[in-house]
Design a binder for this molecule. Structure first.
Ligand SMILES: NC(=O)C1=CN([C@@H]2O[C@H](COP(=O)(O)OP(=O)(O)OC[C@H]3O[C@@H](n4cnc5c(N)ncnc54)[C@H](OP(=O)(O)O)[C@@H]3O)[C@@H](O)[C@H]2O)C=CC1
Ligand SMILES: CCCCCCCCCCCCCCCC(=O)OCC(=O)COP(=O)(O)O
Length: 345
């Protein structure tokens, strides 16, 4: 089994085009038609997800399903200063949520608040000026204080969206252990600390919803992403445990695992010595439009989805392969390694 040769026709490309840009559309036929159309009412995106009740994999065609109300809900979004977090802020704000936006940079968050407030002018729906709470998720000691501040904003949290995160580029041999630890602090310990700090108030109210933005790399591990993939695998595991433990309180847990998204993630990634990578990778530049991913997050919240994978056909097959034919998956990953890091960009 381990020695199996890879057929020459086998897809061998890690940075495949996302669904939105693919000719053969599997995930979301409407994304490529409407790059600028992301809006609260445009819920045609279809994607693979775990059905809320049966837990079976289904393709959600959107529309029609009864959903949880977002109007007036208190929604906390970490990493709201840029990328997916900022777009989530836009769609939840437009849907009438009372937002608490979190990040490390007060000025950038204030800029988001101003943009959202300006965008509300003339809209019919009741919208709210967002609040902000500034803290560093990697400094878990400050997270309890931040959670108190968050709770003070509206006295409750209805939806916590753990979105903030950082990526990594490097080979394990040259990576300092401190870098592995730092990525875990931001991507894993920070979000779980915040979740655990806010959870008791949700349990007391028998109400709330925990969402985490993981990644396809929470389901499969690819070369040169050890710190990132490990942090996302840990995230998946923790929130799967949490889902089972808190279902009895009526608090759903949603894990969202996107493929590449067009954001600053690769620019902000850290390398093996802790320095900034600073490159906009091709895979990132050609990734999903963050507005469309934010719409999918809104839908997942409304539908109380348990597990949503937003990925094109190759990553989707890779996820199944990892479980059903691991030897072939490992062979493919080693073949990526032998071609060098360039293949992941
Ligand atoms: N882009 C992609 O291809 C994919 C992204 N994801 C996930 O999406 C999420 C959002 O990333 P994305 O928008 O792409 O990337 P960005 O780099 O654009 O945004 C990351 C956000 O996280 C915040 N952040 C980073 N470190 C910390 C910290 N220590 N404390 C508090 N906030 C922090 C940043 O805020 P600031 O620096 O202002 O403090 C920023 O708002 C991440 O969890 C990422 O893993 C998942 C799959 C694919
Ligand atoms: C019979 C057909 C078999 C096809 C199997 C081919 C296997 C191809 C491997 C595909 C790997 C896809 C990796 C996708 C990674 C991804 O989408 O990551 C999302 C991120 O979080 C991006 O973060 P990064 O920092 O890595 O940019």
């Amino acid at each position: 089994m381990e020695q199996q040769a890879i057929p020459s026709w086998f897809p061998n490309q890690i940075g495949e085009k996302p669904v939105a840009l693919q000719e053969t559309v599997v995930g979301c036929p409407f994304l490529s038609d409407n790059p600028g159309s992301a809006s609260d009412t445009d819920s045609r995106c279809c994607y693979t997800q775990q059905d809320n009740n049966s837990g079976t994999v289904c393709v959600d065609q959107g529309g029609g399903l009864p959903g949880a109300a977002v109007q007036d809900a208190v929604v906390v979004i970490t990493g709201a200063s840029s990328g997916l977090g900022k777009e989530c802020a836009r769609v939840f704000h437009a849907a009438g949520a009372r937002l608490v936006l979190c990040g490390r940079d007060a000025a950038r968050l204030q800029q988001v608040v101003q943009e959202l407030t300006a965008s509300s002018a003339g809209t019919q729906r009741q919208t709210y000026a967002p609040s902000t709470v500034i803290f560093d998720l990697a400094d878990t000691d400050t997270v309890d204080r931040a959670a108190e501040e968050i709770l003070k904003c509206y006295g409750q949290v209805d939806v916590l969206i753990n979105n903030a995160g950082i990526s990594y580029r490097g080979n394990i041999l040259d990576t300092h252990l401190s870098v592995q630890r730092d990525v875990m602090e931001t991507n894993y310990f920070g979000p779980i600390a915040l979740t655990q700090a806010l959870l008791p108030s949700m349990v007391r109210r028998r109400s709330g919803h925990i969402v985490v933005i993981s990644s396809v790399q929470g389901k499969i591990a690819i070369p040169y992403r050890s710190a990132y993939a490990a942090s996302k695998h840990a995230t998946q595991a923790y929130f799967d445990c949490l889902r089972a433990e808190i279902e009895r309180y009526g608090i759903p847990v949603t894990v969202i695992s996107p493929g590449y998204i067009r954001t600053n993630l690769s620019l902000n990634a850290v390398t093996g010595d802790g320095s900034k990578y600073g490159v906009l990778d091709k895979t990132t530049a050609l990734g999903w439009d963050p507005r469309d991913v934010a719409q999918a997050v809104l839908r997942a919240v409304r539908q109380k989805s348990k597990d949503v994978v937003l990925a094109g056909p190759l990553p989707t097959v890779a996820i199944y392969l990892r479980t059903l034919w691991p030897a072939l998956f490992f062979k493919l990953m080693s073949s990526r390694d032998s071609q060098g890091e360039e293949t992941e960009r």
